[in-house]
Design a binder for this molecule. Sequence first.
Ligand code: PHE
Length: 451
Amino acid sequence: MAETKRATFGSKLGIILASVGSAVGLGNIWRFPYEAGSGGGGAFLIVYLLCVLGLGLPLMMTEFMIGRRSGSNAVQAFEKLSGKKAWDIIGAMGVVTSMIIIGFYSVVAGWTLEYIYQAVSGSLANKSTEMFTAEFAQFISDPVRPIMWTVLFMVITHIIIVSGIKKGIERSSKILMPALFLILLALCIRSLLLPGAEEGLRFLLWPDFSKINSSVILSAMGQAFFSLSLGCACMITYASYFSGKDNLRTSALSVTMLDTLVAILSGVMIFPAVFSFGIEPTLGPTLVFVTLPNIFAQLPLGGLWAFVFFVLLALAALTSIISLHEVITAFVCEKFKTSRRIGALAVTATGCLFAAVCSLSLGRWSGYTVCGMNIFDASDFLTAKILMPLGAFMVCIFAGWVMGHKAVEDELGNHGSLRFKAIGLYMFFLKFIAPIAIVLIFLNELGLFQS
Ligand code: PHE
């Protein structure tokens, strides 16, 4: 599998942290609470956890395996492992999906920069919930300001991407992730001490099974893939930088567990506050951004808390955008044989353009809709609920039917040096269980099983 001068991550911890850096981001802290809020709280959480364990974890092992075995970018990986060019389509879909995600994700990342600015300038203090809500709505529909922040965010991403895998990605993840975790814990405690907090906690943890319907199941599966960065070739790309000695199964387990823990902590931070301040849990993408300032306003030194939190959130978003950017940059550079500098520039420029469209779709261009959704919401929907599950489906088919038992066992067992007793079950999962489950969830959403 030797490749010409391909970088690798420097250490085992580096691998886990970079992958956790990709997985943990706005998906956990911004997207999870709003999906859980719209999906009925506890009911959503249960289905989400089932999807994470039943589909997400084995799929992450599979993406790690494909990436490391091929040592290639997302697109060429499939050709290299199958010997057939047609399978490239899976990687190509991943590249497209990553670009669409960059579009709306970097807009939300830009919002975090605005909040950092507001925390520093003191304008987050002493406002009512209504004022926070109104000001936020006004901000995101502004035609210039959010785009400015988004572009700044993309420029920072660009600089890190150009400085390379080891220095940029690995080093930054090592410090940021533990810091984010600690501040989340502190905010959970604060939120739980608010008056009426139990109601929010009950909403998140107590499943009302009557709320589980086809769209909750699809949302939970989409959220599981989104949060774990699966189905868009991201983990395949990162794993192409892994060394041959790492245990892919335990790495996947660590990443999955840490990511899920952060999502649950975000829920514990947000929902008690949502109920305590009388905010609607079904508010959608703005939920976290109108809830958090309320929590900070209640804290002594609230501005400082807000500052630290939003800096960490921005950094968590950064490590995720870096991974999305890397999927495309690695492909562009290796396919078109450009330098990293030029390849990355093309990706950054395209990302900025698409992000500007997504941002404008929340204001001036809100009249342009796709299936009743503005472009921002449509991009979110298309990626998490259609493209990522489809990508995941194809990855399972590829590993199960095309790569086959021997190659999979060889790679996951590090060429015989690790034992993998459950290989039979795992292959059965890849060939049948996962693809069938994903298809059933789709068909269910399309209403095929309703009488
Ligand atoms: N998993 C990231 C998050 O939760 C988002 C992401 C999706 C990153 C897909 C890379 C690929 O924020």
